[in-house]
Ligand binder design. Sequence first.
Ligand SMILES: Cc1ncc(COP(=O)(O)O)c(C=O)c1O
Length: 413
Amino acid sequence: MTQRAFDVNAIRSDFPIFSRLLPKGVPLTYLDSGASSQKPQCVIDKERDVNEQYYANAYRGVHQFGARISEELDEVRDKVRAFIAAESADEIVFTSGTTMSINLVAQGWGRKYLSPGDVIVINEMEHHANFVPWQFIAEQTGAQIEFIPLTDDGRLDIEKAADVITKRTKLVAVCGMSNVTGVINPIETICSLARDVGALVLVDAAQSVPHALVNVVADGIDFLAFSGHKLFGPSGIGVLYGRRELLDAMDPVFCGGHMINTVSKSQSTWADPPAKFEAGTPAITQTIGLGTAIDYVNSIGLTAIHDHEQQLLRYAHEQLEKIPGMRIHGPGPVQKGPIVSFTIDQVAAEDLAQLLSRKGVFVRHGHHCTMPLHDWLGIPATTRASFAMYNTTVDVDALVSGIHFARERLRLT
Ligand SMILES: Cc1ncc(COP(=O)(O)O)c(C=O)c1O
């Protein structure tokens, strides 16, 4: 695909939400793409087009609409395959999102292959979606959870990882990028440590795929999970990549239509992957919208997106660090993606998010579904600004000026 030159203003004009003003004519400063990104016009149009012109159920009817929908879903599967450099489109399972993808592995693989004495390795920076499913399956199977320790600045302590990933380890679950500190994890190294002891690796790529290229084969990733709604696509659609032989060996978790080969009164047999894991009617327009979102990202190019966001991240760190009482959690703007989570002395995260919202600056506050990480940080909540390809230094300036406004309101200046 030919890529256009990176032009942030042209990119912004692709997203209709940025042409609206908030009440009282306040411009929108959207710094919550880590929670959910905005959608370009082409994604919005594509979903509308399906609904208006040829909507039907998939993989069922042979009529013209049904056949076209099935064909387009297959095309999206292949786009996803190419996007993460997987070998076969059969390794791409459509799910409702990252959370479901991870639960599918925990239950479909874990229930069959984990037993007492086995170890699942996680760490304290994981989102609850890559934490609780492992606790749950450990409880169900008698397996144990062990943790790769974090360094003082919140990165994985890779030196110590080799002591934690041992012959008892059956699976290592790790995020590509933290949704709080933005830390980017050394996935290739983790995969190699896991491979040395015969363990599998699941990568929660919910935060990393909108910002950096991934190559599941080159990195040696066994399972990878991500969500459409953080990748400029619709909500309700996500992806689970699994190496073919692993998907073949796993049990289904949800049973019903489409996931069977034969059904009789006495027993049923399963379809081959990915159908085995896709019981019921799929998220039709959302899946097709995800394909359009991937085309859009490819048309700009993740390398250019990454470079733009890294510059913005450095600028954000420089500007935010000048604010009195500011503490940015996690490492400096190297080895991290475009997320800044911080606390400010004497300012409650919720008060700050509310005051910023009055100025049209949308950030997230709270524990961001990472209570173990906040326990590790020793604080109940942070304020998080998360950036995407459409953000600019103007957005950073609006954040900084909003924080000054909040400090004044709270009589801290
Ligand atoms: C790192 C990470 N993992 C998993 C998830 C869960 O994604 P979803 O809610 O789309 O399933 C999120 C969402 O914020 C996330 O940031």
